[in-house]
Design a protein around this ligand. Structure first.
Ligand code: ASP
Ligand code: MG
Length: 430
């Protein structure tokens, strides 16, 4: 059994949906569970709607109409029969959403967010499932909320693995095991799940990869494939580097490291479940499905072949020193870490000297002020804003020189395999 994941860019218009069918054609007769994200930038649009709803903005309905129009345009293009059930199904989702948006919001923003934003995946999978059925790819639509059970941490649901396994065994496995006259294709949503009392929850932005990995784990899949708009895993983000190379094969360990340092190609939680069951993960191009792509597995031999570059913008570098010039010792550190954790700030890099401790983290408007206030009670605090953090895996001096050319380096750290530099975001004048 295989698990496929199609992201937003792979289903962002009617042509793209047709292409998904073309890809599935090559796997006819196999047992495949297909996890799909919301179409194109729908999640962003729904986030905006949620914000408007919460602010009681008169724009809310207009924003919703835009999302509705976008989807019906795709449906119109895919379905000739204007009485097809898909029209009814999607209209119903939008009617319910509108109903929600004219009711009063509760105090809990994260809860409301999940009730609204989760619709993107419900809509995309309904459309795709109907379309595939129409084209002779008999499939079963599955409500992921029946399987992906979590706690109540809205917007970042923590998976209850035991429950998920139990639900998979009862609701998914039988479909694949019993000789199924309707074929062996199941279509389900990424990103969403449900709480113990049955409310919809999301797993965090870009969480569809993670959903696919949860299904792959529970189904003990033979492989998982993420279909993307790039040829595979690249050693750098083409947004920032023009000279990128494909990583043909890397280990789970390397993939986790890359995600940890901020490579955005795969959601960071995705690798662990796959590693635990030794399920290979392929990243392939949905534009050139015949090409090799990349493989992530337990083989470590190719890890160091090509250096990888990870670029994080909008970083703050903050240095903390005790007011009385005393040493930074264990007690200070545990105090400092507690303050960071209370303010929900994740540390990207840290370094200490005798009397100061430096920390680099993403600029975070909400809690930054409160962090500074708490630290200033006992420490002297200085900081620089708008910096870039560059990480190179498998670096050499030449690669370091390349990324730091004409840049002022504020802090540098090297381990055997990883070099990190915090640099100013403007180029130095010669
Ligand atoms: N649609 C969600 C998002 O854009 C989940 C995903 O695409 O992975 O964040
Ligand atoms: Mg996405």
């Amino acid at each position: 059994m295989k698990v496929f994941k199609f992201g937003g860019a792979s289903v962002n218009n009617a042509e793209a949906v047709r292409n998904v069918a073309e890809i599935l054609k090559k796997f006819r007769g196999e047992k495949i569970l297909v996890v799909v994200s919301a179409m194109g930038k729908t999640t962003n649009a729904l986030e905006e709607i949620c914000q408007a709803y919460f602010n009681k903005s008169i724009q809310t309905k207009t924003l919703l109409d835009k999302v509705m129009h976008y989807h019906f345009k795709i449906i119109d293009n895919l379905f000739d029969d204007k009485n097809h059930e898909v029209y009814y199904d999607i209209q119903q989702i939008f009617d319910e959403l509108l109903h929600k948006l004219i009711s009063r919001a509760s105090e809990n923003y994260d809860f409301e967010y999940d009730q609204i934003v989760s619709n993107g995946e419900l809509i995309s999978t309904k459309i795709i499932s109907h379309y595939l059925n129409l084209k002779g790819f008999q499939n079963q639509w599955l409500d992921a909320r029946e399987i992906i059970k979590t706690d109540t941490s809205y917007r970042e649901g923590n998976v209850n693995w035991q429950e998920c396994m139990h639900k998979t065994n009862h609701l998914v496995i039988p479909f694949f095991e019993v000789k199924n006259p309707n074929g062996f294709l199941m279509i389900t949503q990424g990103f969403i799940g449900s709480t113990p009392d049955g409310h919809t929850i999301t797993l965090g932005r870009e969480g569809s990869d993670y959903s696919a990995a949860i299904f792959a784990y529970n189904l003990a899949a033979s492989e998982m494939i993420i279909w993307k708009d790039v040829p595979g895993l690249l050693n750098a983000d083409p947004k920032y580097y023009d000279d990128t190379h494909k990583l043909d094969a890397i280990s789970y360990r390397e993939a986790i490291e890359l995600a940890y340092y901020g490579a955005t190609i795969i959601h960071p939680k995705t690798i662990k479940p796959l590693q635990n069951k030794n399920i290979p993960l392929y990243v392939k191009s949905f534009l050139h499905p015949e090409n090799e792509g990349s493989i992530i597995s337990n083989h470590e031999n190719s890890d160091g072949l090509i250096p990888s570059f990870i670029f994080k913008q909008n970083q703050t570098l903050l240095s903390i020193s005790p007011k009385d010039f005393s040493f930074i010792a264990e007690e200070n550190l545990s105090d400092i870490f507690a303050i960071f954790s209370e303010n929900k700030i994740k540390i990207n890099l840290m370094q200490n000297s005798a009397i100061s401790f430096s920390v680099c983290f993403d600029e975070n408007a909400i809690y930054f002020g409160s962090l500074i206030k708490s630290l200033q009670k006992n420490y002297q605090v200085r900081y620089n804003l708008h910096l870039d953090l560059i990480t190179i895996r498998h670096y050499d001096q030449q690669t370091i020189n390349k990324v730091t050319a004409n840049r002022k380096v504020l802090l540098e750290q090297r381990s055997r395999t990883t070099a990190q530099m915090i640099v100013e975001n403007t180029l130095l004048q010669n």
